[in-house]
Design a protein around this ligand. Sequence first.
Ligand code: GSH
Length: 207
Amino acid sequence: MKLYTFPMSNNAMKVVAVIKQLGLEADSELVDLSKGKQLEPGFVKLNPNHMIPTLEDGDFVLWESNAIMQYLCSKKPGNTLYPSDARAQCDLNRWMFWQSSHLGPAVGTIQYERMIKGMLGGGPADEAVVAAALERFNRFAKVLDGHLAGREWIVGDGLSLADFSVGSCFVYAGPAGLAMDALPSVERWYAKLCALPAWAAATTPGG
Ligand SMILES: N[C@@H](CCC(=O)N[C@@H](CS)C(=O)NCC(=O)O)C(=O)O
């Protein structure tokens, strides 16, 4: 398997964390987003959205980080990260869809405005855009905080893909200026995630 990736990307980190947690092997190929390498025709042929992460497994190409994470679990039948029971699986899918539809885009916008735009020479953050994204972040993060009160992990009693998926939104909480003080249960849960060797290694750029 080959994973097309970029070290700073939270979406790539969650995939790398699953590879490590499951003990899978995958080569990684850098697609340097800072140099626009994702726009090169060879890569666009693999992923017409020109985005990483993208996985290549023989003649099978898969994009969308959450789908890739689910596919990786199929390589280790019986793993506990992605249960096969219908209700448990749909409960988990719900959080992965929620991450990619709600929390992820809000966090992505804040990170872009406050961290990435300047690095790419795009000028200062647009404060109106940041304010709108923060409003969405606060709304959805509050839902997560309420859900995690009294729970160890997002779904059921154990670590699952939901934790890796949603956890990716908090990797840059500090530099992006996310108000974590208002989210005590999220802070407690995220600290547990960070204590996992697979997560710690995957969220260290280049790790
Ligand atoms: N929904 C996608 C989002 C992927 C994504 O946003 N990738 C960014 C890096 S984090 C990217 O490759 N951007 C390059 C571009 O848009 O040209 C996923 O979960 O895989």
